[in-house]
Design a binder for this molecule. Structure first.
Ligand code: ARG
Length: 573
C-alpha cells in the first residue's frame, strides 16, 4: 500500500510542476507531511515557502495560486493557506474510512515494502571480548536490533553483523594476566568478570614496570604470528565471552546473521595498506603510516603504528572493503556511542577515497545514566546488564501482581519477563538516541506514562474488550460492517491508524526507533480518548461493529509496532 503522505506528495508535486514549471529542479523538494497539530489540518505542505526563492514570489501568493489552480483528488476535502504560506490539507472523512478499511485488510497494516531489492549491512552491539558489555554496547544492541527489525519488515535484505572486538593489543595483556593470576574457579563461575579482573591487574602491572609491558608485547607478537598455545588461549577467551554475550542476546531476543569480529579481517590488513599506498593516500609520518585528511579538516588517520602493528582504523577499512565486495549494500550502518564519531568520519572519508560505493551512516547515541549506586562500578558506566534485567523483572512482577492478582504465578512470571525486558528496552528506544538519557525505574515501569508496560497494558485491555464483544454478541462478524468515522475522536484515531506506515518508514529512514515509540504512545492516547468518550458495547449495531474493528486494528498495530522495537505483547497483564 502507498502511505497517505506519499499519495498526497505525488499529487501536490505533480500539480506544482504543472502550475509552476519554471521552478525546475526545486520541485523535487516538494513534500507533504502529517500536520504537527490538528489545527493545521490533517497534512501540511511547505512547498510554497521552499519555492519562494526560485519563483521570486511571496510564499502566500504561491500557496494561493496553488489553491486556485490545483485539481482536487478524491482524498481531499479542502485546502487552506496558513501562516507564512503553509498549505493545510483536510482529508475527506469518507476517503479516510476507506483507506483505514484497506489498512485493516492488509496483513502488513499498510506498511509498504520499500526495501525490496535493497541491502543494508547493520553493524551493532559489537562488544569487546574479555570485557563486560558496557552501557554503550547495551544501547547499541537495543537500538541496532530495532533498526534491524524495522528494515527487515520494510523488505530490505539486512545483514546484521556483531563486529566483536576480538583482536588487538589487549590480548597480550590478558594472556600475561591469565598466566599469572587466573583463578580457574572464578573463570568457571563468571568468566567475563574474571577475564576483566585479570586484564585490569595485568594492565596495572604493565603501567608499573617496563619489563611486564615488554612481556605482554611479546605474547601479542606470538599470538599474531600464530603461536599455537597463545592462539588456543585467545580462542578460549573468545568462546567464554561469546557464551556470556549469547546468554544476554537470548534473553533480549537478539540474533545476528554474522558474528565475525575484528579477527576475521586480520588476514586482509596488509592488502589494505597496499591499496592505500598504491592510491597514494598513505604517507609515513614519524615511523607510522597515516592518511592525511586535511582537505576534510579531519585529523590524520593512522593505519599502521610505528611498531608495524595495525589498529582499529585498519580493521574497519578492511571490514568496509570486505562488506562492499561480499554484499554490495546500498547502505552500511554502524551503531555505537558518541565517542566514536571522529573514528567513523575518518573511516568513511578514507573509504570513499578507496572507492566504496555504499552510503555510510553512523548512528551514534549518548551514554545512558543509570540509577545511582546499584549498577555502576569504578568506570562509571560499566554495569552488569544481567542484574539490571533481573531487577527489572522483579519490579515488573510486582506490577503484574497488582494488575492481575488472580493470574497463576507461573503466568505472572512469564508476563513479568516480557514486561521487565520490554521496560528496559523501551526506556532506551523511546528517547532520541542523541540525547542524554537518565534511566529511572519509575518511568520505565510506569503504567500511566510513555513506557513499555503502559503500551503492553493498553494492548491487553483491548484484547479483553474484544473478548467482551464476542461474549455478548456471539457469532457476529464485525468485518461485515463498514468503518464509520462519525465522532471526532473516531476520526482522530483512524487517522493515527492510517499513519502507522509513515511512522515505520520514517523511523527506519531517520534511524530513530523513537519515532515509532512516539507514534505508539500517541496511538494509545487517542485510543483511550476514543474508548472513554464514546459508547462501545452499548452503541447501536453497525456503529458498535465499526468500533470493534477500530479496536482490533489498534491492537494489531501495538503488537506489530512493539515487535519492531523488540518488545513482546502478552495477551494479559
Ligand atoms: N568494539 C567496539 C567498541 O566496543 C565497537 C565496534 C563498532 N563497529 C565497528 N565496525 N567499528 O567500542
Amino acid at each position: 500500500m502507498t502511505t497517505i503522505d506519499q499519495i498526497l506528495t505525488d499529487w501536490v508535486r505533480a500539480e506544482f510542476t504543472r502550475i509552476f514549471p519554471e521552478a525546475g529542479d526545486a520541485l523535487s523538494a516538494v513534500q507533504v507531511v502529517s500536520a504537527g497539530s490538528p489545527d493545521y489540518g490533517d497534512y501540511q505542505c511547505n512547498a510554497a515557502l521552499a519555492l519562494a526563492r526560485s519563483l521570486k514570489r511571496k510564499p502566500r501568493d504561491i500557496a494561493q495560486t496553488f489553491l486556485d489552480q490545483a485539481s482536487r483528488p478524491e482524498s481531499v476535502e479542502r485546502l487552506e493557506v496558513a501562516g507564512p504560506g503553509f498549505i493545510n490539507i483536510h482529508l475527506k472523512t469518507i476517503w479516510l474510512a476507506g483507506h483505514v478499511a484497506a489498512v485493516l485488510k492488509d496483513e502488513r497494516l499498510g506498511v509498504p515494502t520499500i526495501g525490496t531489492g535493497r541491502t543494508v549491512v547493520l553493524d551493532y552491539s559489537s562488544p569487546n571480548v574479555a570485557k563486560p558489555m558496557h552501557i554503550g554496547h547495551i544501547r547499541s544492541t537495543v537500538i541496532g536490533n530495532a533498526l534491524d527489525r524495522l528494515h527487515r519488515f520494510l523488505g530490505y535484505r539486512v545483514i546484521s553483523d556483531n563486529h566483536l572486538g576480538d583482536w588487538g593489543t589487549q590480548f597480550g595483556i590478558i594472556i600475561m594476566g591469565y598466566r599469572h593470576f587466573a583463578d580457574q574457579q572464578a573463570l568457571a563461575d563468571s568468566p567475563v568478570e574474571e577475564l576483566e579482573r585479570i586484564y585490569v591487574k595485568s594492565y596495572e602491572q604493565s603501567k608499573a614496570g617496563d619489563e611486564w609491558l615488554q612481556q605482554c608485547r611479546q605474547e601479542l607478537v606470538k599470538l599474531q604470528a600464530g603461536d599455537a598455545e597463545n592462539q588456543a588461549l585467545w580462542r578460549q577467551f573468545v568462546d567464554l565471552s561469546l557464551k556470556e554475550f549469547n546468554r544476554i542476546y537470548l534473553r533480549l531476543g537478539v540474533a545476528f546473521d554474522l558474528t565475525r569480529g575484528e579477527s576475521y579481517y586480520n588476514p586482509r590488513l596488509p592488502a589494505v595498506i597496499d591499496m592505500l599506498q598504491q592510491k597514494g593516500l598513505a604517507r609515513e609520518s614519524e615511523g607510522a603510516l597515516v592518511v592525511f585528511l586535511e582537505d576534510e579538516k579531519l585529523p590524520v588517520c593512522m593505519v599502521r603504528k610505528s611498531d608495524g602493528g595495525y589498529n582499529y582504523a585498519t580493521t574497519d577499512l578492511a571490514t568496509l572493503i570486505s562488506r562492499q565486495e561480499e554484499f554490495d549494500p546500498e547502505t552500511i550502518v554502524y551503531v555505537t556511542d558518541e565517542r566514536q564519531q571522529l573514528h567513523f568520519k575518518q573511516i568513511f572519508t578514507v573509504g570513499k577515497k578507496l572507492g566504496i560505493r555504499a552510503r555510510l551512516h553512523h548512528v551514534w547515541f549518548g551514554l545512558m545514566r543509570l540509577p545511582e549506586g546499584t549498577f555502576s562500578t569504578r568506570q562509571g558506566n560499566v554495569i552488569k546488564l544481567e542484574r539490571l534485567l533481573d531487577e527489572s523483572e522483579t519490579r515488573a512482577l510486582a506490577v503484574v501482581r497488582q494488575t492481575s492478582p488472580a493470574m497463576p504465578e507461573n503466568q505472572q512470571k512469564a508476563v513479568a519477563r516480557a514486561v521487565g525486558i520490554g521496560a528496559v528496552k523501551y526506556a532506551d528506544l523511546s528517547q532520541n538516541p542523541q540525547s542524554l538519557v537518565t534511566f529511572s525505574w519509575d518511568k520505565a515501569l510506569a503504567l500511566d506514562g510513555n513506557s513499555a508496560p503502559y503500551l503492553q497494558y493498553a494492548y491487553a485491555r483491548i484484547r479483553s474488550v474484544q473478548d467482551k464483544y464476542r461474549d455478548q454478541f456471539p457469532g457476529r462478524d464485525p468485518e461485515a460492517f463498514p468503518i464509520r468515522l462519525d465522532e471526532p475522536v473516531e476520526r482522530a484515531l483512524a487517522l493515527q491508524v492510517a499513519r502507522f506506515a509513515e511512522a515505520v518508514t520514517m523511523a527506519a529512514r531517520l534511524y530513530k526507533p523513537s519515532v515509532l515509540a512516539d507514534y505508539l504512545f500517541a496511538l494509545s492516547g487517542l485510543y483511550n480518548g476514543f474508548y472513554q468518550n464514546v459508547p462501545f458495547l452499548k452503541a447501536p449495531e453497525g456503529v458498535r461493529e465499526s468500533r470493534v474493528r477500530l479496536c482490533g486494528v489498534v491492537a494489531r498495530i501495538l503488537r506489530q509496532g512493539l515487535d519492531l522495537l523488540g518488545i513482546e505483547t502478552p495477551e494479559r497483564i
